[in-house]
Write a protein that binds this ligand. Structure first.
Ligand code: HPA
Length: 274
């Protein structure tokens, strides 16, 4: 597998999107991860299945609808990516970071990344909404590895403040519970209890298998990044029961009304500034 981001595929996707929505002027991008797929179902706007855009491939994981929507909220257009591709799917970085590149190229300055995670910190039980204040990359790779591509930012992007502080405050005001550090592993296995103990010692508050690659690329591109994690289970070793994707989805479904409200409040707040 060639893991390098394929610029020709990115360019083809941009061309297809501009041809489909030539008048689109999105200010914000939103990537809806595991369990978040239906969070904005009631916002009106046109949609395109991922299958109609080069580069996405098929979204095969349950709970990922796989379509792009152009929604308007309080006069602000938002590109909503309903479903994400993951590193563990083994198709390289291009489908994983494509939404970030599309949002950036279409003119969005702000990007909200959402995901599901396992709670490590004691005050983050299942059903908590954690604002990502920083991340730890345990994916074992980095989407920017390879010859330098200036279209994806500088060779050595600074990461001192990947998640914008003002946006973090907005997310808390919008309805999230607390801030914390998100650690990303490659998956697709859940972690062992020994790994979770190690991650806790490293300073991680919640663990998942996504978001960090998108945040790395968005930060390198100069986007203002926000991250919101729905803690759906206690992490391995803390949880009294084995972990399953079904349980993750069940908690996400139960938390959906709060997830929805938090996203809509956040987007309305961003729209005020435009
Ligand atoms: N670990 C990794 N990814 C996850 C988890 C978890 O416990 N819960 C939801 N996504």
């Amino acid at each position: 597998m060639n893991t390098q981001i394929d610029q020709t595929v990115l360019d083809a996707a941009v061309a297809a999107l501009k041809q489909t929505w030539p008048d689109a002027t999105p200010k914000c991008g939103l990537i809806l991860g595991s369990g978040w797929g239906n969070a904005i179902e009631d916002l009106a706007g046109p949609e395109i299945p991922y299958s109609a855009l080069p580069g996405f491939g098929a979204t095969g994981v349950m709970g990922h609808a796989g379509k792009l929507r152009l929604a308007e909220i309080d006069g602000m257009q938002t590109l909503i990516f309903q479903g994400r591709r993951h590193w563990y799917e083994g198709e390289g970085w291009t489908p994983v970071i494509l939404p970030v590149y599309l949002a950036h190229t279409m003119g969005a300055g702000t990007l909200l990344l959402t995901n599901a995670s396992g709670g490590i910190r004691a005050d983050l039980p299942p059903g908590s909404l954690m604002v990502i204040e920083d991340h730890i990359n345990m994916l074992g790779s980095n989407p920017l590895i390879g010859p330098h591509n200036p279209k994806l930012g500088t060779r050595f992007p600074d990461q001192s403040a990947v998640y914008n502080e003002t946006l973090r405050h907005k997310l808390i005001r919008a309805g999230a519970d607390a801030c914390g550090v998100y650690i990303a592993t490659s998956g697709p296995t859940f972690e062992t209890p020994a790994e979770i103990k190690q991650y806790q010692a490293m300073g991680a508050d919640a663990v998942g298998m996504s978001t960090v690659p998108e945040a790395i690329v968005a930060n390198a591109l100069g986007l203002q990044v926000a991250g919101l994690s729905c803690v759906c289970n206690w992490a391995a070793g803390i949880s009294p029961v084995p972990l399953s994707h079904e349980d993750v989805n069940r908690t996400a479904a139960k938390t959906m009304p709060r997830m929805k409200k938090t996203i809509v409040n956040f987007l309305k707040d961003i729209a005020l500034g435009n």
